[in-house]
Write a protein that binds this ligand. Structure first.
Ligand code: AHR
Length: 492
């Protein structure tokens, strides 16, 4: 059996793992909001103010820390004022399926939902087709407590107190669907929008500039040059895992061979390289590291499921997605000095979701299981480690067999590991430089790689207790089974 070696000093920590790394994204896209999270007050599906109760419970169970809304590409054509009050003006969703939405889910509904979930709201403002004053008035509506015109309108709409708003994105993918801008143009526009984006209830709001698409390093370079001292708390990064690497034929969520599986893993691993390289460029212009990185769209993007609306991006979710989620979350943890937030695309019924629904039935996907398993990493400290593990030669690529991250919180250590091999287990020797490992408990997610959780209550991909470990000569020796994600808690 192959062996991986992990050494650590329990006293040495590197960075704080912001719990917002475990964030989510909800766009007006397909059945994410309408007929997904939001079914309306009159629905026979049990709901609170139109939001499904089972969805609220399932998201609370994974302690969702932050939710991004209303897009995505939708954000740059969304006009918030049409979605508040009694008389809502419908909107044509030109990006996603060409459907007309009645705007019954708007600002009040979203911010109230975040309060119910106990999570931070993250709004994406409309720069592409909106105006500076539209964004400024949105912030006044949400955050001003006095008697200004928009605050009075909010009060008349039933909300007396302002809401808190910690995260504001200025535009989305402005290099593409958000206006096809050059980075120089975007940087100038950002400065104009940012100047008037005044938050009255949350003075430390993080203003987020549109960052690069995947490995567009020139975008990052230009944005950093122009915005380094311009009220920029973070820049965003979007990177999706495509099994084939070809947008015209991405690959199926359920039907894939070993080769396509390993291509999916290799494409996921690329996240580590692009975060590292964007981070290096950012450090060049901002050596103190004040500007952070937010990976506000990530996940697997497959061909839509046959028979579904191609504009709705509905896809199933298998054990392969669980491994992809585990790899990405380990990567984000290990870059937590730079990455302060990440948002899975998307929370429900769209792309790599944690929840899928079919009428009143709801499924917690394999990806949901990983978010649940990784909970102890929230707001923990990343531990300094050294590591050696075998690589796999698959699909014409060299792929790390094992990914991991180790954190510490309240005197307890938490290690998560993924083994992407389809047929080989791996032993991992965990060696603390000081002290003895004790009080070990473990969990595992491991199923045949095509397995998925069905609407018929058949849920083969779920978390189980695991006893594949032993302590020998002060070291913890664990077995990481083929195609598994494991988690170990212990003390020193
Ligand atoms: O998540 C789906 C889409 O992917 C988003 O709307 C857009 O920002 C990205 O291209």
């Amino acid at each position: 059996m192959k062996t991986a070696y992990l050494k650590f000093d329990g006293e040495k920590t590197v960075s704080h793992i912001n719990k917002e790394i475990y964030g989510h994204f909800s766009e007006h896209l397909g059945r994410c909001i309408y007929n997904g999270i939001f079914v309306g007050k009159d629905s026979p599906i049990p709901n609170t103010d139109g939001v499904r109760n089972d969805v609220i419970d399932a998201l609370k169970e994974i302690e969702i820390p932050v939710l991004r809304w209303p897009g995505g590409c939708f954000a740059d054509e969304y006009h918030w004022h049409d979605g508040v009050g009694k008389n809502r003006r419908p909107i044509l969703n030109t990006n996603w399926g060409g459907v007309v939405e009645d705007n019954s889910f708007g600002t009040n509904e979203f911010l109230n939902l975040c309060e119910k979930l106990g999570c931070e709201p993250y709004l994406a403002g409309n720069m592409g087709s909106g105006t500076v004053s539209e964004l400024a008035s949105w912030l006044e509506y949400i955050t001003y407590d006095g008697n200004s015109p928009y605050a009075l309108e909010r009060k008349a709409n039933g909300r007396e107190r302002s809401w808190k708003l910690k995260y504001l994105g200025i535009g989305n993918e402005n290099w593409g669907c958000g206006g096809n801008m050059r980075p120089e143009t975007y940087a100038d526009e950002y400065r104009r929008y940012e100047t008037f984006a005044k938050n009255y209830s949350t003075p430390d709001m993080v203003k987020i500039a549109c960052g690069p698409n995947a490995d567009d390093y020139n975008w990052t370079e230009t944005i950093m040059q122009n915005l380094k001292s311009w009220h920029t708390g973070a820049i965003s990064l979007h990177y999706y895992t495509l099994p084939t690497g070809d947008w015209s034929k991405k690959g199926s969520a359920l039907t894939f061979d070993d080769n396509e599986y390993y291509k999916t893993i290799s494409s996921t691993m690329y996240m580590d390289e692009i975060i590292t390289k964007h981070g290096e460029i950012m450090n060049k212009y901002d050596p103190e590291g004040k500007i952070k990185l937010i990976v506000d769209e990530w996940g697997c993007w497959y061909d839509v499921e046959e028979g579904t609306n191609p504009g709705f991006l509905y896809q199933q979710n298998t054990m392969r997605d669980a491994i992809v989620a585990a790899i990405n979350l380990n990567i984000f943890n290990n870059h937590s000095d730079k990455v302060i937030m990440a948002n899975l695309a998307q929370v429900m019924n769209v792309l790599q979701s944690v929840l899928l629904s079919d009428g009143e039935r709801l499924v917690k996907t394999p990806t949901w299981q990983i978010f649940k398993m990784y909970l102890p990493h929230h707001d923990a400290e990343l531990v300094k480690t050294s590591f050696a593990a075998p690589d796999l030669e698959k699909a014409d690529k060299t792929i790390p067999m094992i990914t991991y991250s180790l954190s510490k919180k309240n005197g307890e250590f938490f290690l998560t590991a993924s083994n992407c091999s389809l047929d080989e287990d791996c032993t991992m020797l965990i060696d603390p430089e000081q002290g003895e490992i004790n009080n070990v408990t473990a969990q595992i997610v491991n199923a045949e790689i095509h397995s998925y959780n069905g609407f018929d209550n058949n849920t083969p991909v779920s978390i189980s207790d695991y006893n594949g470990f032993e302590i020998k000569e002060d070291k913890l020796r664990v077995t990481l089974p083929a195609h598994s994600v494991t988690a170990f808690k212990f003390k020193l």
